[in-house]
Design a protein around this ligand. Structure first.
Ligand SMILES: [Zn+2]
Length: 390
């Protein structure tokens, strides 16, 4: 159900996003597995009633995130009994707490350990990326509304994913290489292997045509996970075991890569596999990050003119500069993880297709990362384009 407090102009986007999950269920043998209705204005039931699974639309004074999707499971069987999704007004339109988000919010990502769906902060991530995307797209090619539509779609897909029982997949962003990921003909709405990642807004680098900004369909990993969790079991126990093992045997496929919060490198000193990371994109995340940092450098030269309006305060300039700098910083973090990194595989003994449990990041990739940091982080002229702002 979509709560009757939801703005009318966003209801179709929310409904369509939820229904997109049906493509995964169709592959697992179910038609119309998910249905979405709008709570009538004169409904005699409350949106908090456990008998109804509701996409709430809320406007909290101090929202923790832009969206979260808690589910209540039977502790004995794991069966999900009820679930709701909170979508915060702050996600779509919120100028008055930009500052708070960009100072306290951004920093907290590196300092807190968060696990589990109750603390999902994708809404927060996407909101920042939406602001970035707005800044980046002020050339006019991408319309705000389309960007917001894609952003909201990705948020709903992700939060519904939690309510279906999926946890985060911070490794799925390695699906495409750093060039393919900008090619709409290839991605077709699937930017990462799973909607359960925390990928950045996929903004085209300088000189490249804009592709899909956000994920708007479940990815191959999501199809696979739904197939495992929801497809109908066989009556015969041994046959069922064999059927499940056949599904699991695909775990070494590139498109099905999986790594969750337990292994991610979001904070320095946490874990060793740089592919399991938030805010990164493509199978060459350092190259992707360098492209983004080059773009941000260019945008800083134009920012003062674009973000200041005669008679208005400097707030837009501060907000935009913080947004761009935050993204620059995040990409520097992504690049840094390559150095000393070790790829980890969790495949079981006997999986013929699996790589070795531990493989150091290649010397070439580590050198590349160091070169990028030398140029974009440690050089004397780093972020010189920010200077004229002050
Ligand atoms: Zn989440």
């Amino acid at each position: 159900w979509i709560e009757n407090t939801t703005p009318i102009e966003w209801r179709d986007t929310i409904r369509d996003a939820v229904l997109t999950w049906n493509t995964s269920f169709e592959k697992a043998g179910f038609k119309n597995a998910l249905e979405v209705k709008v709570q009538p204005d004169d409904a005699d039931w409350d949106a908090g009633d456990i008998n109804y699974n509701v996409l709430r639309w809320t406007s909290s004074p101090k929202p923790p995130f832009g969206g979260y999707g808690p589910a209540l499971a039977n502790p004995l069987t794991g069966e999900i009994l009820g679930s709701d999704i909170m979508l915060e007004f702050v996600f779509m339109k919120n100028r008055w707490i930009y500052d708070t988000l960009f100072t306290q919010g951004t920093m907290s990502h590196g300092e807190t350990t968060h696990t589990g769906e109750l603390n999902c902060s994708l809404g927060h991530e996407i909101q920042q990326n939406l602001m970035l995307a707005k800044g980046l797209a002020s050339g006019g090619k991408i319309e705000d509304k389309e960007m917001l539509r894609q952003g909201l779609t990705q948020l709903v897909l992700h939060e519904v994913g939690h309510t279906l029982g999926l946890n985060h997949n911070m490794k799925s962003s390695i699906l495409w290489d750093e060039k393919e990921v900008h090619d709409k003909n290839k991605t077709q709405g699937i930017v990462t292997g799973s909607v359960m990642d925390y990928a950045p807004a996929n903004i085209a680098p300088i000189g490249v045509q804009q592709g899909d900004i956000f994920q708007t369909k479940p990815g191959p990993y999501d199809d696979w996970a739904i197939n495992y969790g929801y497809s109908v079991a066989l009556e015969d126990e041994a046959a069922e075991q064999a059927r499940l093992e056949k599904i699991l045997a695909r775990s070494s496929e590139h498109a099905l890569a999986f790594g969750n919060d337990a292994d991610d490198m979001r904070a320095p000193g946490r874990h060793i596999d740089p592919r399991v990371m938030i805010g990164d994109l493509s199978s060459n995340p350092a190259a992707y990050g360098a492209d983004r940092m080059a773009l941000i450098n260019k945008l800083f030269t134009e920012l003062k003119d674009k973000a200041t309006v005669k008679g208005e305060s400097y707030q837009q300039l501060v907000t935009s500069a913080n947004s761009l700098f935050g993204q620059y910083r995040a990409q520097a973090g992504v690049v840094s993880r390559q150095i000393g990194g070790v790829y980890v595989e969790r495949a079981v003994v006997g999986d013929a297709n699996a790589d070795k449990p531990f493989t150091p990041v290649s010397l070439k990739r580590q050198t590349q990362a160091m070169d990028i940091l030398a140029k974009f982080v440690f050089a004397p002229d780093v972020l010189q384009n920010m200077q004229p702002l002050y």
